[in-house]
Design a protein around this ligand. Structure first.
Ligand SMILES: [Zn+2]
Length: 121
Protein backbone atom coordinates (compact mmCIF):
# COMPACT_ATOMS: atom_id res chain seq x y z
CA UNK A 1 0.00 0.00 0.00
CA UNK A 2 1.37 3.39 -0.99
CA UNK A 3 1.00 6.03 1.66
CA UNK A 4 0.12 9.53 0.53
CA UNK A 5 2.61 12.30 1.18
CA UNK A 6 1.44 14.03 4.35
CA UNK A 7 4.10 16.72 4.09
CA UNK A 8 2.61 18.52 1.11
CA UNK A 9 0.51 20.70 3.37
CA UNK A 10 -2.66 19.74 1.56
CA UNK A 11 -5.60 18.20 3.39
CA UNK A 12 -5.98 14.47 2.87
CA UNK A 13 -9.13 13.25 1.16
CA UNK A 14 -9.04 9.62 2.29
CA UNK A 15 -8.03 7.73 5.39
CA UNK A 16 -4.43 6.53 5.06
CA UNK A 17 -5.25 3.23 6.76
CA UNK A 18 -8.50 2.15 5.06
CA UNK A 19 -9.18 4.61 2.24
CA UNK A 20 -12.50 5.81 3.65
CA UNK A 21 -13.38 9.34 2.59
CA UNK A 22 -15.50 10.28 5.61
CA UNK A 23 -13.22 11.98 8.11
CA UNK A 24 -13.79 14.41 10.95
CA UNK A 25 -11.61 16.76 12.92
CA UNK A 26 -11.27 17.08 16.64
CA UNK A 27 -8.92 18.82 19.01
CA UNK A 28 -5.74 16.91 19.77
CA UNK A 29 -6.50 17.10 23.47
CA UNK A 30 -7.96 14.39 25.72
CA UNK A 31 -11.65 15.08 26.14
CA UNK A 32 -11.69 13.57 29.63
CA UNK A 33 -9.05 16.07 30.76
CA UNK A 34 -11.06 19.04 29.48
CA UNK A 35 -14.20 17.79 31.22
CA UNK A 36 -12.23 17.11 34.42
CA UNK A 37 -10.79 20.65 34.46
CA UNK A 38 -14.26 22.12 33.92
CA UNK A 39 -15.76 19.88 36.60
CA UNK A 40 -13.11 20.75 39.19
CA UNK A 41 -13.43 24.47 38.40
CA UNK A 42 -17.23 24.40 38.73
CA UNK A 43 -17.13 22.37 41.96
CA UNK A 44 -14.49 24.69 43.42
CA UNK A 45 -16.55 27.71 42.43
CA UNK A 46 -19.68 26.47 44.21
CA UNK A 47 -17.76 25.30 47.29
CA UNK A 48 -15.94 28.62 47.63
CA UNK A 49 -19.15 30.57 47.03
CA UNK A 50 -20.76 28.50 49.79
CA UNK A 51 -17.88 29.43 52.09
CA UNK A 52 -18.42 33.14 51.27
CA UNK A 53 -15.10 33.36 49.41
CA UNK A 54 -16.27 34.96 46.15
CA UNK A 55 -12.94 36.35 44.97
CA UNK A 56 -11.00 33.05 44.82
CA UNK A 57 -14.13 31.37 43.45
CA UNK A 58 -14.26 33.77 40.48
CA UNK A 59 -10.48 33.60 40.00
CA UNK A 60 -10.66 29.81 39.67
CA UNK A 61 -13.68 29.91 37.35
CA UNK A 62 -12.33 32.64 35.06
CA UNK A 63 -8.83 31.16 35.23
CA UNK A 64 -10.10 27.80 34.02
CA UNK A 65 -11.98 29.50 31.19
CA UNK A 66 -8.80 31.37 30.18
CA UNK A 67 -6.79 28.15 30.37
CA UNK A 68 -9.38 26.43 28.18
CA UNK A 69 -9.23 29.25 25.63
CA UNK A 70 -5.43 29.19 25.53
CA UNK A 71 -5.40 25.41 25.11
CA UNK A 72 -7.95 25.71 22.28
CA UNK A 73 -5.64 28.08 20.44
CA UNK A 74 -2.43 26.14 21.11
CA UNK A 75 -3.56 22.58 20.50
CA UNK A 76 -3.82 21.47 16.92
CA UNK A 77 -6.41 19.32 15.23
CA UNK A 78 -6.32 15.61 14.60
CA UNK A 79 -8.21 14.09 11.67
CA UNK A 80 -10.05 10.87 12.54
CA UNK A 81 -11.54 8.25 10.24
CA UNK A 82 -15.14 7.30 11.01
CA UNK A 83 -14.64 3.72 9.86
CA UNK A 84 -11.37 2.59 11.45
CA UNK A 85 -10.80 5.41 13.98
CA UNK A 86 -7.30 6.00 12.55
CA UNK A 87 -5.94 9.34 13.72
CA UNK A 88 -3.97 11.49 11.30
CA UNK A 89 -1.62 13.86 13.10
CA UNK A 90 0.50 16.67 11.78
CA UNK A 91 -1.84 17.96 9.13
CA UNK A 92 -2.23 21.71 8.77
CA UNK A 93 -5.19 23.31 10.54
CA UNK A 94 -8.01 23.21 8.03
CA UNK A 95 -11.74 23.80 7.96
CA UNK A 96 -12.11 21.35 5.09
CA UNK A 97 -13.07 18.64 7.59
CA UNK A 98 -16.36 18.79 9.41
CA UNK A 99 -16.52 18.25 13.14
CA UNK A 100 -17.77 14.94 14.52
CA UNK A 101 -21.33 14.01 13.51
CA UNK A 102 -23.12 11.39 15.56
CA UNK A 103 -25.32 10.22 12.66
CA UNK A 104 -22.31 9.36 10.49
CA UNK A 105 -20.52 7.67 13.41
CA UNK A 106 -23.64 5.61 14.12
CA UNK A 107 -23.74 4.46 10.49
CA UNK A 108 -20.19 3.10 10.79
CA UNK A 109 -20.88 1.59 14.21
CA UNK A 110 -23.85 -0.31 12.76
CA UNK A 111 -21.69 -1.41 9.84
CA UNK A 112 -19.04 -2.70 12.26
CA UNK A 113 -21.65 -4.56 14.35
CA UNK A 114 -23.17 -6.22 11.24
CA UNK A 115 -19.68 -7.28 10.11
CA UNK A 116 -18.90 -8.78 13.53
CA UNK A 117 -22.26 -10.58 13.59
CA UNK A 118 -21.66 -11.99 10.10
CA UNK A 119 -18.26 -13.31 11.16
CA UNK A 120 -19.78 -15.16 14.13
CA UNK A 121 -22.23 -17.07 11.92
ZN1 LIG B 1 -9.91 4.56 8.09
Amino acid sequence: MTLPDLTTGKPIEHCVACGNNQLYRQKNFPQWLGVAILGVACASFFILQGLYRPRPAWVILIGSALFDGIMYLLVGDVIVCYRCQAKHYGLPRSKSYDPFELAIAEKYRQERLRRELALKK
